[in-house]
Design a protein around this ligand. Structure first.
Ligand SMILES: Cc1ncc(COP(=O)(O)O)c(C=O)c1O
Length: 427
C-alpha cells in the first residue's frame, strides 16, 4: 500500500498501518495492540496522546495556533521563562523552532557568527539531524551520495569503550580517544575552530555512555582552543535519564544547549538556548534564522504542558524506578542469552549490545534484526540502532509513564522473541 505513492526515506516501514496511540501502546488498523518501546521517534516521553497534551492543543486552538514570526504570544514568553528558571543563569535565552536539526543548525550558526570561525568538531557515531549543517556533523549514517558536506566538519572518536574506536581500552575509557582526536583535529584545522557538538549520551550511535570525567576533559580541550561547547539534548532532556537535563547528570554546563524531541512530547518543537552575552553578540552581528514556524504558539502550549506533567507526575523519579525494573529484567535476559554482550544506559534509555560471542564482541546485526521483527510480530516495537560493522544495539526507551506491568510484558515478549529466533537459527 505504501509502496505506491510514498518516498522511502530510510526507516524500514512497519508492515501494518497504525491508527491509534495512547500511553505506551499503539494499535494497528485491525485493532492489534503493540507496546511502544521507542516512544514514537523518542519524543513521546509522556506517553502518546497524554490528556494534558490534548488539552494544551485545544487551548491553543482557542487562542492562536500560528503567527507572524515577529509576533510573540503569552505561551512562547512563558515557555522561555519556564526554561530559563530550570537552567543555569548562563543559559538564559531561547529561540523556539520545530526540529532537532533546525535547533542544531541555529546553534552552529550562532557559534560561527560569535567566534568568526567555521570549523565544527563532532563525535563519531553522532546524529544531529538531516539539514545540511547538522548533517555535516552526523557520523552515524547518511554521509555518502550527496556531494560535499559543509566545510569545516571534523570528528573525534566517541568514547565507545565496549568497542574502543582506537583499539586502546576495553570497558574502561581513559580519554586517550579524546586526546588523540584533538591532536588530529589540530593538525587538520585551518585555525578556525568554532564549536564542538555532541549528545551527552550518543543514542543513535549505540547508546554510548561516556565514563565519569570524560565531558569535563573534552570541555577543557574545547576551552583551550576557544571553542564553544554545544550539547544536543534532543533525547536526554526532560526526564529520560531521571533528571531534567543530562548535563546536570554529567556535571558539565554547555555554552549552547539544544532541545527538541522531548520538549514537544510528540509535537514538533525545538529550542536553541544560549547566554545573554552570546545572544547580544549574535544580534549585533545580524543573526538571521527566521523560519515559517519559529515561535509558533501551539507547540509552546504543548511544551508548557510537558513541563507541568514532568513535575506533577514526578517523571524523573519514575524514569529511574521503571528504568531499574527494566534493567533488572534485561540483566536476567543477559544471564540466559549469550547474544546480549552489554547493557548500558540510565533511567529509561537502555542500550543492549548484540554480539556473536562475548569474547570477540563481533556484532550480530542479522540476528538482532530478526529478533526485532519477531518482537513486532509478538506485539513489541523495538528499535535497533548503530547497525553496522562495529555494533548492533537495541535502544530501549519506553515512555516515562510506562507501567511496571507493561515493562514486564515487553520483557516477556523479548524473551520469547530471542528464544524463537535462536531456536530456528542454524547452529
Ligand atoms: C540527538 C539528536 N539530535 C538531533 C536529532 C534531529 O532531530 P530532528 O529529527 O527533529 O530534526 C535527532 C533525531 O533523531 C537526535 O537523535
Amino acid at each position: 500500500m505504501w509502496d505506491r505513492h510514498l518516498i522511502r526515506y530510510g526507516s524500514v516501514f512497519v508492515p501494518r498501518l497504525i491508527a491509534k496511540a495512547r500511553g505506551a501502546l499503539v494499535w494497528d488498523t485491525d485493532g492489534r495492540e503493540i507496546l511502544d518501546f521507542t516512544s514514537g521517534q523518542m519524543c513521546s516521553t509522556l506517553g502518546h496522546n497524554h490528556p494534558r497534551i490534548v488539552a494544551a492543543i485545544q487551548q491553543a486552538c482557542e487562542g492562536a495556533i500560528h503567527l507572524f514570526s515577529g509576533m510573540m504570544s503569552p505561551a512562547v514568553v512563558t515557555l522561555s521563562e519556564r526554561l530559563s528558571a530550570m537552567l543555569p543563569p548562563a543559559l538564559s535565552k531561547a529561540m523556539f523552532l520545530n526540529t532537532g536539526a533546525e535547533a542544531n543548525e541555529a546553534a552552529l550558526k550562532m557559534a560561527k557568527l560569535h567566534t568568526g570561525r567555521y570549523e565544527v568538531v563532532g563525535l563519531t557515531g553522532a546524529w544531529h539531524g538531516m539539514t545540511s549543517g547538522a548533517m555535516a556533523v552526523n557520523y552515524c549514517a547518511g554521509r555518502k551520495g550527496y556531494g560535499p558536506l559543509t566545510p569545516g566538519a571534523l570528528s573525534i572518536p566517541a568514547p565507545y569503550s565496549f568497542h574502543c574506536p582506537i583499539r586502546h581500552c576495553r570497558d574502561t575509557c581513559d580519554f586517550t580517544c579524546a586526546d588523540v582526536g584533538f591532536d588530529l583535529v589540530d593538525q587538520q584545522s585551518t585555525g578556525a575552530l568554532a564549536a564542538f557538538i555532541a549528545e551527552p549520551i550518543e543514542s543513535s550511535g549505540g547508546v554510548v555512555v561516556p565514563p565519569p570525567g570524560y565531558w569535563q576533559h573534552v570541555k577543557a580541550l574545547c576551552d583551550a582552543r576557544g571553542m564553544l561547547f554545544i550539547f544536543d539534548e534532543a533525547q536526554t532532556a526532560f526526564g529520560r535519564l531521571g533528571c531534567d537535563f543530562a548535563f546536570q547528570h554529567f556535571g558539565v554546563q554547555p555554552d549552547i544547549l539544544t532541545l527538541s524531541k522531548t520538549l514537544g512530547g510528540g509535537l514538533p518543537l525545538a529550542a536553541t538556548v544560549v547566554s545573554d552575552a552570546l545572544e547580544q553578540d549574535c544580534h549585533e552581528k545580524g543573526f538571521l534564522h527566521v523560519t515559517s514556524h519559529v515561535s509558533d504558539p501551539l507547540p509552546a502550549h504543548v511544551a508548557l504542558a510537558v513541563l507541568d506533567v514532568l513535575s506533577e507526575e514526578d517523571l524523573n523519579r519514575r524514569a529511574l524506578e521503571m528504568g531499574a525494573h527494566l534493567r533488572a529484567g534485561l540483566d536476567a535476559l543477559a544471564d540466559k542469552y549469550e547474544i546480549i554482550g552489554d547493557i548500558r544506559g540510565f533511567g529509561l534509555l537502555q542500550g543492549v549490545e548484540l554480539v556473536r560471542n562475548r569474547t570477540s564482541r563481533e556484532p550480530d546485526a542479522e540476528l538482532g534484526r530478526e529478533i526485532t521483527s519477531r518482537c513486532m510480530e509478538l506485539g513489541l516495537s523495538m528499535n535497533i540502532v548503530a547497525v553496522g560493522k562495529m555494533a548492533a544495539v537495541w535502544r530501549i526507551a519506553p515512555p516515562l509513564t510506562v507501567t511496571r506491568a507493561e515493562i514486564e510484558r515487553g520483557l516477556a515478549i523479548l524473551d520469547q522473541a530471542i528464544g524463537d529466533v535462536l531456536a530456528r537459527a542454524p547452529v
